[in-house]
Design a protein around this ligand. Sequence first.
Ligand SMILES: [Fe+2]
Length: 450
Amino acid sequence: MVKGIIRTASNTNIIFWRGVLLANKEEGPPFATDPVTLETIGRYDFDGQVQSPTFTAHPKFDPDTGEMVCYGYEAGGNGYDASYDIVVYTIDKDGKKTEECWYKAPFCGMIHDCTITKNYLILPLTPIKADAERMKRGGNHFAWDLDEDQWYGIVPRRNGKPEDIVWLRADNGFHGHVAGSYENKQGKIGVDLTIAFDNVFFFFPPENLANTPNTLLQRNKLVSDIYRWVFDPKTPTNTRVQPFKPFGINGEFSRIDDRVLTKRYSHLWQCNIDPTKSYDFAKCGPPAGGLFNMLGRYEWDTGKKDTFWAGPTCTFQEPVFIPKASPSTPSTSFTEGEGYIIVLLNHLGVLRNEIFIFEAQNLAQGPLAVVHLPVKLRLGLHGNFIEQREIDEWAKKRKEGGELGLAQAAKGMLPWQKKMAEGEGLGIAVPVPGKDGMNASIGANGVNGR
Ligand SMILES: [Fe+2]
């Protein structure tokens, strides 16, 4: 880490937001790129409104209000110092920050994904912990803690105050991604997410020598079912809870029809692991990213399963749901799950990728279309879909002289950078000679100045 420089690789998820593509990794702030040219715009702070050192790779979008609900954890200092602080923001559809509240976690643990209902944000806190003293000794940022609970922080989406957070805890587990969530008529919160009961991030082993996965092969043997939880937001904080029910599958990267987030839903799509299917280890080696050899669709209401096997030399990356109707269709006039699934297929034997497009409600029949890519793509895992029409509309607003004008990169340093610059001086003060003989500028954003 270079002193004062934001070190994030911004490589976890990509989000289209009001005419820019935000590249996110939870350890740092988002970086904006132009969705048409893919040129980097720079660190994005929502026109100065978001100043946290960290920002989730999984913000959630309310389909009824158009709001983005987002957060940063380990957010109290520079993002790398094991602080217990969590900040939660809401940005409305017009780009205005309408909510900001700071909460405390019971420890500095990973909060990779979140979810929303109409009235609440739910933050799954995974017992993979950051520890400042360990880092000072040169140890890993995170370490899996087998003796720690999995926790769920519940905060109100409107007018939250620091004391409002309710932490519910359950037996040790490793959170995967959330599928859907909603409030029932009694005001209880249903949350569905995958959970493995050991360390998925084998590269962050426990500090002691506990018997837990520390290789990719061991990790790939973990079972990760999807669990439904039903939380009562009125429960006193620190209460122990149990999952309502598991689905009985093994997978990750659940996706739903995003139009039904915050609402009762039935369909979810996942990358699945079926170790009973043959896998050509000699040709492919260990499947990096996980042995996601199946694509599945599951219905909570009926228990129905609809799956497609990728074959002995292939795995899938995250599926994405594309609605058949236009996103501008009123939310009352669509049928959940009516659409397509787009997914990247990894050909592990020949290092090449294809794009498969399925009828969303009939995976078993195989893809409707296959796009043969001439290259191998990196293992990105996460993906999202945006209509060209929407990109075009925003491009008009975002052009020079357009309704909104060019998207702006953050102008100043983040608060922790400022503090460091004023206190001890930054490590970025030494000019770097440019190719043309001029000094290349390195901006406070950690990217070449523009
Ligand atoms: Fe993720």
